[in-house]
Ligand binder design. Structure first.
Ligand code: AHR
Length: 648
């Protein structure tokens, strides 16, 4: 059903004769259709989201390219009767991508006195009981040295070897060696590292050293299982990638170049990411697509559009043409069949079936391009993509949150992307009216990045560094009122996603706060905002029901599943006192006498962390003797989803 009046679906407090705070749901006349793509995920390499995060590789600086001066994250191990030295060596590299190697030289060593190198992982190597880890290394040795070499996962204090294997048959030519390390009974720990040792003098070079634990769906070069489970639980309908700023790069040279991210990992040089560290590119274009597929989500593909963060831009016209062609080829890689050049390449890379693609975003946050070139750049991409792929919907990165003059005028974008990083008070203020005045016949809206911060300063302020990596319950309240606003308007807000999604909480690992999910090498936790989003995304129908709040600060929204009649009423109480609401579901014949209430509540400053991961989590209770007209008390600072079965 089409929306007839935006006013109908906004829960603005209005004056009324009704006694006391009340909330009305109009179930008689659905006010619009909920977008089937409501609730998705946005992702990029930030805060060690992939390297040291979702991408399950455990060796940091596996290709020795992180620092041209020294083998960062690697150290020498020896005892009093052995000696070893290591150095970066650019002579005789494995190939043109892995341009350096690690030379390990042992002058003195014996069976009881091994020596070698150790890698500290991404803030530790996670050790789990009865787990198989896959080692893969590229190595060559000096003439006459055949090994063996020993690969080990060992406790940082050296007292316990968790798993160990020897590899022999080394020779002077580069070769890939594989081993499986199996742990036994052990208490999980991340106070461990990975070692490669020799028991005799000799010189060995390593080109790439990789260690993977079991991955989600057992994919090689795959993803961390605990994080994937948390993401799958959010039931995302789409995945926006690869950025964000990560798409743009600081410079044109350091943009996300998708072609360089394909193929075996030893063919990937990696590149500097704009967030201050180097990306292995282990998460390449195909890994992003398979990640989306594994979550049953559709990719929302961001293509580089000729603007990079330090203010560089490519002039529209002939200069931009190679980038436009590159985007067309990228779309062909995603969607083409085997008869196309890039579809064939995708099949050779291991995924014969084309991926479904509906939305392509042209760039990221192009309002930062002070040259004013975006309008013409967008037009050039738009014309070329529409000519070959008329079915695709194209997203402009400049939406209603930016001044009218900055937006695209040369073409009518199918969708515009709005970004809202706001503090809680601002979300509380703007949410009742959000999108109310928007032109329903204008472009669809994609709220492609949003998130509430509980601080008075924004995420990019230096002061944020001192704050916890993930938000507290008060921020979740801000997130929830904004989600309710987007859900009320989800006939127009077709997609939306919180950002950033992931943060490695170790000191020095992050560049931004707040983030949705925190983790270290061993475990992960959801912030209160994670649980708020999960409550919203797991409980949404296909029909928007108009809501009206009277004499209350409570904000909310309602949807109904047209198949089952179940109504999902979402209510957010931002007050520090309980709110007793008279709730009326209008336009139904009856409601089931039993309903359930999922509640996230607590003190505003309450939060979750690695040490206290379940301090604030939702609880589910049953409500009995329900009628279409009932009273319900929301706890102070609470987010509540009422699941009410109804008949019309
Ligand atoms: O989410 C963090 C950053 O915020 C994104 O990379 C960028 O698009 C926005 O400015």
């Amino acid at each position: 059903m089409k929306l007839t009046s935006a006013l109908l679906i906004c829960s603005i407090p209005i004056a009324s004769l009704a006694a006391g705070p009340s909330f009305t749901v109009d179930a008689g006349h659905p006010a619009g259709n909920v977008s089937p793509r409501l609730y998705g995920l946005m992702t990029e390499e930030i805060n060690h989201s992939y390297d040291g995060g979702l991408y399950a590789e455990l060796i940091q600086n596996r290709a020795f390219l992180d620092d041209a001066r020294k083998p960062a994250h690697w150290s020498v191990v020896h005892d009093e009767d052995s000696s070893a030295a290591m150095e970066l060596d650019e002579t005789k590299p494995y190939n043109d991508e892995l341009t350096t190697s690690l030379r390990l030289t042992l002058d003195k060593a014996g069976p009881d006195h091994p020596a070698g190198v150790a890698n500290s992982g991404y803030w530790g190597i996670p050790v789990y009981a009865n787990t198989r880890y896959r080692v893969s290394l590229l190595a060559r040795a000096e003439e006459g040295f055949t090994g063996p070499i020993t690969v080990t996962i060992v406790a940082d204090d050296g007292k316990q070897v968790y798993a160990s294997k020897t590899i022999s048959g080394l020779g002077p030519a580069w070769k890939n060696y594989q081993a499986v390390l199996k742990t036994h009974r052990v208490d999980p720990t991340a106070r461990a590292h990975f070692r490669i040792t020799l028991e005799q003098p000799g010189t060995v070079w390593f080109g790439l050293v990789s260690l993977f634990p079991p991955t989600w769906n057992d994919r090689p070069n795959g993803l961390r299982k605990d994080l994937m489970q948390m993401l799958v639980d959010l039931k995302p309908k789409f995945l926006r990638f690869p950025g964000g700023n990560y798409l743009e790069g600081n410079t044109i040279e350091t943009r996300f170049e998708w072609k360089k991210t394909l193929g075996p990992i030893e063919q990937r040089h990696g590149h500097p990411c704009p967030w201050g560290y180097r990306s292995t590119d282990g998460m390449g274009l195909l890994e992003f697509l398979e990640w989306a597929e594994d979550m049953k989500a559709e990719p929302v593909l961001g293509v580089y559009a000729g603007y990079s963060l330090r203010g560089m831009h490519v002039n529209p016209g002939p200069d931009l043409e190679p980038y436009v062609q590159d985007a067309l080829e990228e779309i062909e890689y995603v969607t083409g069949d085997r008869t196309t050049t890039w579809g064939k390449r995708r099949a050779e890379d291991g995924h014969p079936k084309p991926f479904k693609l509906t939305y392509v975003e042209i760039g990221n946050e192009d309002w930062f391009d002070k040259s004013g070139s975006y309008d013409a750049r967008f037009a050039q991409f738009y014309d070329a993509i529409k000519a070959r792929y008329p079915q695709l919907k194209l997203i402009s990165t400049i939406g209603n949150d930016q001044p009218e003059a900055a937006r695209v005028h040369s073409r009518k974008p199918d969708v515009t992307d709005e970004h809202y990083y706001r503090n809680v008070e601002e979300f509380l203020r703007m949410s009742p009216d959000y999108a109310r005045a928007y032109d329903r016949s204008g472009p669809e809206i994609f709220t492609g990045e949003w998130g509430a911060h509980e601080t008075s300063f924004p995420p990019w302020d230096q002061k944020s560094r001192k704050e916890p990596p993930t938000p507290n319950l008060w921020a979740a309240i801000g997130d929830a009122v904004f989600m309710a606003a987007m859900e009320r308007n989800s006939d127009l807000i077709k997609m939306q996603c919180y950002a950033p999604l992931l943060v490695n909480v170790n000191p020095g690992a992050r560049q931004w706060r707040p983030n949705l999910i925190g983790y270290d090498a061993l475990s992960a936790y959801g912030s209160p905002s994670y649980y708020a989003i999960r409550m919203f995304s797991q409980n949404v129908g296909d029909e928007i029901l108009a809501t009206t709040g009277v004499e209350t600060a409570v904000q909310g929204c309602a949807t109904r599943d047209s198949n089952t009649g179940e109504i999902y009423l979402k209510l957010v109480n931002p007050k520090s006192t309980a709110e007793s609401l008279n709730i009326e579901i209008k336009g139904v014949r009856s409601v089931a006498s039993k309903a359930s209430a999922i509640t996230l509540a607590g003190a505003p400053e309450q939060t979750n962390s690695i040490d206290n991961p379940r301090n604030v989590v939702p609880t589910t209770t049953t409500i009995r003797d329900l009628k279409p007209d009932f009273s319900f008390t929301l706890p102070p600072n609470s987010i509540v989803v009422l699941k009410i079965k109804s008949r019309s």
